[in-house]
Ligand binder design. Structure first.
Ligand SMILES: Cc1cc2nc3c(=O)[nH]c(=O)nc-3n(C[C@H](O)[C@H](O)[C@H](O)COP(=O)(O)OP(=O)(O)OC[C@H]3O[C@@H](n4cnc5c(N)ncnc54)[C@H](O)[C@@H]3O)c2cc1C
Length: 367
């Protein structure tokens, strides 16, 4: 059996690893000249960690990521809600962890079967003729999805994000997210003396030089609690990433006959408010490897994945409305509700979001 995977992002590479382990011939086409990721961090909730574990990467990921206590604060630093990594670990077997995206990509690339053919610098613009299975994993602006499901629109959330990794050590300090009126700031240590930070605020996408954007952020967050200003100050303009935040509407069928499957952001890009985009792509990859190859396998993949992924897209969009509240009254009300929510309820919500266990995947005997 031959799987042709279009897109070498987190989802495409995870599928490539799984199919390679299952004994399939695997070909990956990636538009970029290299299999690399932008310099940012990524939060891996337990469902993501379990999916990576099913692909044989559990140890590698745990070794290279940093579990952290999280929660939500007000701009003066007052906690509205706190969640300890140990509480998540106790319920779901592993804590949520943050890792440098480049480290995750390297781990995925290194886990590819040596026989996997990777063609970088290759843009695919129509459904390939070769292969028993085509995995469409080319991200939110997927060209192939436009061909298969032209009804899907990329929906602008009205928010934009900035991200960077800076040489500031915050291990041992609580991370998490701080909420203001229409603006948010998040931090998490990623190890090796580095911290990942992100900020989100109202659009449009800035077209000014990064220096000017950093100045805007410096002013915007100057009165927020430590170490926010220090993290912005430690950011070199060339390290700053800036993106529009968008999702897909509606989530289309994820299977077309028994030969073509959509996977990851190509199928269900979501706003990052729940930190679940990559986790859902990884769940897709593992489920697809478990189901593909059997009669009706892709129909079962679609049935397992589409409703669940659509729920995350929806919940993420709703969470954005609350987290990005801009009005004085709405943001004060949001903070009061978060503060009044009992710890066990906040923890139960986090656990429900990240509660997923992978199926056992086929592993072929290698001669
Ligand atoms: C600001 C921000 C923060 C986020 N934070 C988190 C987080 O903390 N936790 C989390 O789980 N998720 C997070 N996400 C979501 C996560 O980044 C994505 O869901 C995930 O990267 C999707 O992976 P993917 O492989 O499906 O798509 P992508 O990562 O978009 O990969 C698609 C790949 O396909 C390639 N490609 C595109 N077109 C073609 C073509 N025509 N031919 C060949 N190759 C092509 C691209 O170059 C790319 O390598 C965040 C997203 C954003 C925007």
């Amino acid at each position: 059996m031959h799987a042709v995977i279009v897109g070498g992002g987190i989802g495409g590479l995870a599928a490539a690893i799984g199919f390679g382990r299952a004994g399939w011939r695997v070909t990956v086409y990636e538009r970029q000249p290299q299999l690399t990721a932008a310099g940012a961090g990524i939060l891996l909730w337990p469902n993501a960690v379990h999916a990576l574990g099913a692909l044989g990467l559990g140890e590698e990921i745990r070794k290279n990521s940093v579990p952290g206590d999280g929660g939500v604060r007000r701009s003066d630093g007052t906690w509205l809600s706190r969640i300890r990594a140990a509480d998540i670990e106790e319920r779901l077997g592993v804590p949520a962890m943050t890792i440098h995206r480049a480290t995750l990509h390297r781990a995925l690339e290194n886990a590819l079967d040596p026989q996997t053919e990777v063609h970088t610098g290759t843009e695919v613009t129509t459904i390939p003729d070769e292969g028993d299975l085509i995995v469409v994993a080319d991200g939110i602006n997927s060209v192939l999805r436009r061909e298969l499901a032209p009804q899907v629109a990329v929906r602008d959330s009205g928010q934009v994000a900035w991200r960077a990794i800076v040489p500031v050590d915050t291990v041992g300090q609580p991370g998490g997210e701080t909420l203001g009126r229409g603006w948010r700031f998040g931090t998490a240590p990623v190890g090796h003396g580095q911290t990942y930070w992100y900020a989100a605020g109202p659009g449009p996408l800035r077209t000014t030089p990064s220096e000017d954007q950093l100045e805007e952020l410096t002013k915007r967050f100057q009165n927020w609690h430590d170490p926010i200003s220090a993290l912005i100050a430690a950011t070199r303009p060339g390290q700053l990433l800036h993106h529009q935040l968008a999702d897909l509407d509606p989530v289309p069928p994820m299977a077309y006959g028994n030969r073509i499957a959509l996977l990851g952001d190509a199928a269900h890009a979501m706003t990052p408010n729940l930190g679940q985009g990559a986790a859902q792509a990884l769940e897709d990859a593992v489920t697809l490897v478990a189901e593909a190859g059997a009669q009706d396998g892709l129909a079962r993949y679609d049935a397992a994945r589409r409703p669940r992924a659509a729920r995350y897209v929806r919940n993420s969009r709703r969470a954005g409305v609350v987290l990005n509240a801009r009005g004085r009254v709405t943001s004060t009300l949001r903070d009061a509700i978060l503060r009044a929510t009992p710890h066990r309820v906040a923890l139960a919500n986090a656990v429900k979001t990240a509660d997923w266990r992978p199926p056992t995947l086929p592993v072929a005997e290698r001669p």
